[in-house]
Design a protein around this ligand. Structure first.
Ligand code: GLN
Ligand code: ZN
Length: 769
């Protein structure tokens, strides 16, 4: 290999593309099918159309091999379960009766059969369906979907590269099937799974695929020697097959680390690596293993999971360094473009100047193509693009939006003291007891009450101009009054206003903070047919005016009991937004924290004695590799404490998280120095209470006694039993009584009955103390 021939061969590619279509056609077709309004044939036709449009878009932009198989009616990990025949026993009959209905039954469940569990795809906000495996799992190849899509693309005259979840990642993402021992390790099934992959690969070759891509993002996480051995075995076996396409093993989201040594030695023809900042170490590591002689290297230099334009000059430099390290270097986005919206063009509400800083899937595709051209033909071939890119980057760097001197000066002046409460927890707790006068086992809720149809209609009416702001606010006030009246009647101790004014716990605040940007069409798949439009942290963050005070104050004016103020914490604000890439996350978190700190201050000044700062995303944002975690947890907990640190000792700070397991962050939870934490616990029978106790957590806690994820009403005796369980771990002086999470997705009847039972349970157990 010479750098020159490696360069000349450079091509552009991507690993996956948004599935939904420009107008979310897929969502409409799939949901229409569920409701019986769209036939299976019509759904298939829509899907074929969407795939064709996406491939055409990619090919017209200059993408060399279009990805196939990345399309999905619901989720590509579920598609992989179908491909390897890992259909849970309880879904077998449905799948055999009708493959499509059976597929959706696995995804969503039916009246009688539970769906597969859903969880986050690495550290993204995409959710996949967790494969369920056990010692009795019998795999069987079903390559129909993959083969059909390759043929579809080839029939359009395109070069197709099927993209599959790799066998090691598939097994590492799986969990023991119901009824299988919890310590069963799905990876032990590798030898059974590999022949199925071999069969699929042979089918893909027969269909005309020259290359197949096997995605192994699980290998960027910390892996045991046994897991690395499994990866080595998998790719030795698959590489050793004779009847197969060339294999490209893809990794993304972080550095490959130890797995790079394994894959570099494997008899596969290509590796795809992430070279964005999060995985920058790949560059050195690759040089250290002596490059990939004889292999194709696909370089993910364009960030596939954020929405900012690339620094073309910087990427060219990286690509130039890579040229000496492989036989052929191709250019790609770092991961599937599934994680970004489709196109910036329809964003007509965004200032055109700012819009130039943004790149969604279409724009990222163009960047990848430009870079490949620059690599193949020399930088002169893309001089115009590079110059325009430099101007856009400069306009972003010097803009008053990204450089608000007041915000920066304030952030710089933050001292350690700003992140500390003025008194230790024990003293604060005494002051709060005196001020609030709550009974033992105080009852409360997590914040939201049912988001009724009327509330959604009111918001739609406001947007459409059918009602004015005053009319809208009247409706919101009426709802708050109802929520307060209900809570008083039910006998709750610390009340909430119910969050009726919030469309979403992040968006609501993003809309009111300067420096945040909203998109009109920036939909990204969260799971299945659920799409979200994450707001964009575009500039320096400040709060022009109070955001929640009047609602909380109004609620407080209706009752003598304390009403809890309700805010979304800085880490969650970052986690569920697109974040800036031009400064450390810690700096963005600090700016958001300062804006929220002002809100906390104003709530307190308005007489609010209890303020909750939700941080449900604290754990999901944990870096994929353990080495990155201490630094993350340090800035994350700092940001929380900066938000809450300035309050009086007798103002009670609550926080809330929705996990059943958090052993790995219990110290961080402690470091938040909140006075009260509420957590999800009902389904795990108070496991969190025991974990907190084992850690010696010294503060008050409310492990949930009401599972809000289902319409089921827990009986008062059931909630009481959970409370008694909680009391074994946490003393009565420090135990709160609350549901697992907010009630916004629930209906009123079950909410009312459940909360009445919850209060009843607290009374029963109090009487036993
Ligand atoms: N306060 C929010 C609510 O009740 C918390 C939501 C969450 O934890 N995800 O809806
Ligand atoms: Zn929650």
């Amino acid at each position: 290999m010479t750098p020159k021939s490696a360069a000349a061969a450079a091509r552009a590619t991507v690993y996956g593309y948004p599935r939904q279509g420009a107008h979310r056609e897929l969502k409409k077709a799939v949901e229409g099918y569920w409701k019986g309004r769209v036939t299976a044939d019509a759904l298939r036709a829509t899907a074929t159309d969407l795939r064709r449009t996406a491939w055409r878009q990619l090919a017209d932009a200059g993408i060399h091999e279009v990805p196939t198989g990345d399309f999905s009616y619901y989720d590509h990990v579920l598609d992989t379960s179908v491909m390897v025949g890992a259909i849970p026993e309880r879904h077998r009959a449905a799948v055999e009766t009708d493959a499509l209905d059976g597929y959706f039954a696995m995804a969503r469940g039916t009246q009688d059969v539970a769906p597969l569990e859903m969880t986050k795809w690495f550290d993204t906000n995409y959710h996949y369906l967790v494969p369920e495996l056990g010692p009795d799992t019998v795999f069987a190849a079903d390559s129909a979907k993959q083969v059909a899509e390759v043929k579809e693309a080839l029939a359009l005259g395109l070069d197709a590269r099927p993209v599959l979840v790799g066998p090691v990642t598939y097994l590492l993402l799986a969990k023991p099937a119901p009824g299988v021992a919890a310590d069963f390790e799905p990876l032990t099934l590798l030898d059974r799974l590999l022949p199925v992959y071999a069969e699929v690969l042979a089918d893909l070759r027969a269909a005309g695929a020259g290359w197949a891509q096997l995605d192994e993002p699980a290998l960027v996480q910390d892996r045991t020697p046994a897991e690395l051995n499994a990866a080595a075995r998998a790719y030795r076996d698959l590489g050793g097959l004779t009847d197969r396409p060339k294999l490209l093993v893809a990794s993304y989201f972080d550095r490959l680390g130890e797995a790079l040594t394994v894959l570099a030695k494997a008899p596969v023809e290509g590796l795809a690596l992430d070279f964005t900042e999060a995985a920058a170490a790949n560059l050195e590591d690759l040089a250290a293993v002596g490059g990939l002689p004889g292999k194709r290297l696909v370089a993910g230099v364009v960030n596939g999971r954020n929405i900012w334009i690339n620094d073309l000059q910087k990427s060219l430099t990286v690509l130039g360094t890579l040229l000496g390290l492989a036989d052929r270097v191709d250019v790609a986005a770092s991961c599937s473009l599934l994680h970004v919206p489709l196109d910036t063009a329809p964003e007509r509400d965004i200032d055109p100047q700012i819009l130039r800083w943004l790149a969604f899937a279409r724009q990222k595709t163009a960047e990848v193509v430009t870079l490949a051209r620059g690599l193949a033909r020399g930088p002169g071939a893309i001089a115009g693009e590079v110059a325009a890119n430099r101007a856009d980057l400069a306009s972003r760097a010097s803009s008053p939006i990204t450089r608000d001197t007041a915000v920066r000066a304030r952030a710089e002046a933050v001292t350690d003291a700003d992140t500390r409460r003025s008194q230790p927890y024990e003293e604060r707790a005494a002051a709060q007891r005196a001020r609030l006068g709550l009974p033992l086992l105080p009852t409360t809720t997590i914040g939201s009450f049912p988001q009724t149809g009327e509330l959604r209609t009111a918001r739609a009416d406001l947007r459409a101009g059918r009602i004015d702001t005053a009319g809208y606010e009247t409706r919101i006030r009426a709802e708050i009054a109802e929520v307060i009246a209900f809570q008083e009647k039910a006998g709750l101790d610390v009340l909430v206003h119910g969050e009726p004014e919030r469309n979403d716990m992040v968006q609501y605040f993003a809309e009111q903070l300067t420096g945040y940007l909203a998109t009109r069409h920036g939909w990204v798949q969260s799971y299945g047919t659920r799409y979200v439009r994450p707001p964009v942290l575009a500039g320096d963050i400040s709060r022009p005016a109070p955001m929640t005070v009047r609602w909380t104050s109004y609620a407080q004016s209706l009752t003598a009991r304390p009403v809890k103020g309700m805010l979304t914490g800085p880490v969650t604000m970052l986690a569920w937004s697109f974040v800036r890439d031009d400064q450390p996350l810690a700096d963005t978190a600090r700016q958001v924290a300062l804006a929220l700190r002002d809100e906390v201050h104003d709530l307190q000044a308005a007489g609010t004695s209890v303020i909750q700062v939700d941080e449900p995303a604290l754990r999901e944002t944990l870096p994929l590799r353990a080495a990155g975690r201490p630094a993350y947890l340090a800035w994350a907990t700092d940001a929380f404490r900066l938000t809450t640190g300035g309050v009086r000792p007798d103002t009670q700070i609550h926080t809330h998280m929705c996990y059943a397991e958090f052993g790995d962050i219990v110290q961080a939870i402690d470091d938040l120095d909140a006075d009260v934490i509420s957590l999800e616990a009902a389904r795990s029978h108070m496991q969190v209470a025991r974990e907190l106790a084992a850690h010696g957590y010294p503060r008050e806690a409310g492990p949930g006694v009401y599972d809000i994820h289902s319409p089921r009403v827990p009986g008062a005796d059931e909630a009481a039993a959970l409370l008694r369980e909680g009391l074994k771990a946490i003393p009565a002086e420090r135990l709160w009584v609350n549901p697992d999470c907010g009630l916004k997705t629930r209906g009123w009847p079950e909410t009312a009955a459940s909360l009445e039972n919850l209060v009843g349970a607290a009374r029963t157990v109090r009487a036993e103390l």
